[in-house]
Structure formats: C-alpha cells, structure tokens
Design a protein around this ligand. Sequence first.
Ligand SMILES: NC(=O)c1ccc[n+]([C@@H]2O[C@H](COP(=O)([O-])OP(=O)(O)OC[C@H]3O[C@@H](n4cnc5c(N)ncnc54)[C@H](OP(=O)(O)O)[C@@H]3O)[C@@H](O)[C@H]2O)c1
Length: 434
Amino acid sequence: MRLTDGQDIVLGIAGLGTVGGGVIKILEKHAGLLAARSGRSITIGGVSARDRSRDRGVDLSSYTWFDNAVDMAASDTGINVIVELIGGSDGPALALAREALGNGISLVTANKALIATHGKELAALAEKTGADLRFEAAVAGGIPIIKALREGLAGNGVTSVRGILNGTCNYILTRMEREGLDFDVVLKDAQQLGYAEADPTFDIDGIDTAHKTAILAALAFGTEPDIEHLPTEGIRNIAPVDIEYAKELGYRIKLLGVVQQTSEGIETRVHPAMVPISAPLANVMDAINAVVVQGDFVGQTVYEGPGAGEGPTASAVMADIIDVARGQGGPRLGIPAGDLAVATPVPVSKHRGTYYLRLRVEDRHGVMADITKILAEEQVSIESMLQRGRASDGGVYIIMTTHEVVEASVASALERFTELECVLETPAMLRIEA
Ligand SMILES: NC(=O)c1ccc[n+]([C@@H]2O[C@H](COP(=O)([O-])OP(=O)(O)OC[C@H]3O[C@@H](n4cnc5c(N)ncnc54)[C@H](OP(=O)(O)O)[C@@H]3O)[C@@H](O)[C@H]2O)c1
C-alpha cells in the first residue's frame, strides 16, 4: 500500500524488549529530526508484548496496547508500518509478518531468522500487495550493510562477502587470545557479563551467523535465502593452542560468514578461520562486527561497527522506518522475489583454499615419515611445517599450513592421520581466509 502525500507514519511495535525499547527511546528523543528527515510525522499507533505489567523503562501509557500482536496488522487500526521485534523464524513473528504484508502494511524487522527462513515468501507477498519490507537490523546491527548491498553497491557484480557477524563469538575469541583462556572459561564469564545468552547455542554454534550469511548471500548474488544448505561450524572446539600458533604464523582466528563466487558456484559457509593479521577482519576485536565486500567495479569496501545492543539495533530499525516513510522501495531482496535463483549448494569438500593443520603426535622417530607419506598420497602440498616442544598432555605438536588444495584431499588426509597409532588426538583443521 503506497503512502499518500502528507500521510503520517503510524507504527505498530511488536516486541518491547531490548530493541523495541530502544526504538521507542529514539522516537521520543528525535521526533522532530525524524519528521524532518522522513518528510512525515512518525507516531506510535499500537504496542504489543507478552507481559503488559512489565516495567520496560519507557512510558507506554499513551499507546494502545494489543494483547495479540497480529491484531495490530488488521486493516482498521490505522497502523501503516509494523515493526516486528519479537524474534524467531516462525510463531508470532511469522504470523504478524504475513498478516501485515498480506494487508499491504509495510514491515520493518530486526529478525534474521525470519528473513533467512521465509525471506522469499515475505518479499513476494510484499511485492504483490505493494508493501515495503525492510530488515537492516537483521544483519550486523548498527552497520548499514543491507543498504550498502541493496543501494550503494547496486552497480556491481559482487564476487565475495566475508563478515564477522556475531559479537558474542568475536568477544569470546578476543578474550581467549588476550588472556590465554580456555573457551569454556571465557563463555561462562561472558554469560555473567551479559555478552552471551544463558543458552548460547545460537551464537557459539554459528547458527546466528548462518542466518545473517544467508541474507547477505541473497542480496549479493540474487539467490533465495537458503539456510538449509549452509555448512555451519561454531567456535566450541577452538583451543588456546591454535590461537597461539595462529599468532606465531601471522594470523588471528575469527568466526566468519563467507559468500564467494567460485568456479564451482556460489560458496556459502560459516566457520572459524585463520585470517592474515594484515587483513581488515583480523583487527576487528571484542563485540564489534565487520563486513568486507568485493565488487567487480568498486573493489574492496569495508564496513565496521557495533553489531548488536539496544542503541545500534534500534538505530538500524529507525533508518528502515525513515526509508519506508520516504517511499524508497525497490525489490525487497535486491531483485524481484520471482527472479531470485535457487543456488546450487557447493559442498565444502569442493572448497579450494589453504589450510592450517595441527597434530599432537608421539615424540619418536618415524612419525614425520608417516605423516608426510599420507600428505603426498592425498596430494596435499605443505607450505610450512613447525614442530613444537612437548604438549602439556604428552607428545609434541606438528603444525602445518598447506598450499592451495581442494578440501576433500585435506579431509581424507585428516581421516587417515587419526588412524595412525602415533597420532594422540583428533587433528585440528582451520581454513585460511585471505
Ligand atoms: N538484542 C540485540 O542486540 C539484537 C540485535 C540484532 C537483532 N536483534 C533481533 O531483534 C529482535 C528482538 O530482539 P530483542 O533482543 O529485543 O529481544 P527481547 O529483548 O527478548 O524482546 C522480545 C520481545 O518480544 C516480546 N514477545 C515475545 N513473544 C511475543 C508475542 N507472542 N507477541 C508479542 N510480543 C512478544 C517479548 O515480550 P515480553 O517483554 O513481555 O516478554 C519482548 O518484549 C529479534 O529478532 C533479534 O534477533 C536483536
């Protein structure tokens, strides 16, 4: 539904938690500025959450309360933009999104799970009814990366997008490196300090990064968001010893979301990687997010900033509301939903790259010969090899980096290493990402 000239924006805000509260604070602080920038006054026509009695640090008494958020999207409420800040790929968030867009009411959401899972359906619905669909806050919080891909870089063929998209993981990896601590110790501390959720699975197992990567892939390459075929590894198995050797070799370990055009197709993957210390992503520390985009005409562009939290996320939501008010529509996922291609997933086994390998082995002669024999048979060529003193739990470490090789060869060498008697634990492998 197109806004008419002079028509005010009337928001229905569903979800009054961290982000919802932040949006209301911006609206209260910057009402005049927002009206000047968007050309319309922006008011709140309704709010909804689960618990009406909860103190949210903002005065809600002047807003109409809806027990059922979906009712805000009925055509007779006067609400013309729904702001969905509930979360979750299905349930009330999806019901509200469908109802709003189906009725031609624009939707602004911070919900990466919703867009990664139902993005195509929702974009098609929005395009059918003329509603707008915006989700800047869903990826990298305060960084305007959706806008960059949809607008600023729209003249480019994108060749790759790499991002640090989860502040919790980056915070944990930063502290593991700075303080030489184990993953479990830092995680517990991060939970106490509020940097990690009580149930941290979504963050540390890479699922949150995968949702965001699926959205970036869709925008960068004009493909349907596809979370199902996105190979995803988290940071649970990162050992302090790998962080140390990374440093010695001139790298830093980061959890990355990667989307890359290769000769095999479009690779999308989420995993921890060794990043050269000279690369922009290696120097993004603590809970900060960053994205590096390669475009065929622009070259490399880098975006960095706070990826979560009340202020940064509400800032991105507000920017979307202003865009809806300005009527700056365009295809919701970069190209019309009906033209989005189904990407053929490229299995990680076909990934060509360089690798870091670490083995803990018995300290005796003949071990190196066994290892190099397997590497030669699997056609894995070694760029550098170090042997380091006794490991604390026995044996010695052999650390190797490879020349470019297909991952299937590395995987097969690793499998054969584990069968060797001299190999004392499951070898560690990390992809190196330039
Ligand atoms: N927090 C961040 O830094 C951040 C960053 C980027 C994106 N996001 C995304 O933003 C969204 C909101 O996150 P958040 O951190 O603000 O979450 P939150 O603090 O947990 O708030 C969620 C809100 O949704 C409400 N809610 C739950 N079920 C509902 C229902 N059936 N109907 C209406 N309201 C319902 C809750 O109500 P009660 O308060 O009554 O329980 C709560 O107010 C999520 O999609 C999240 O992924 C968050």
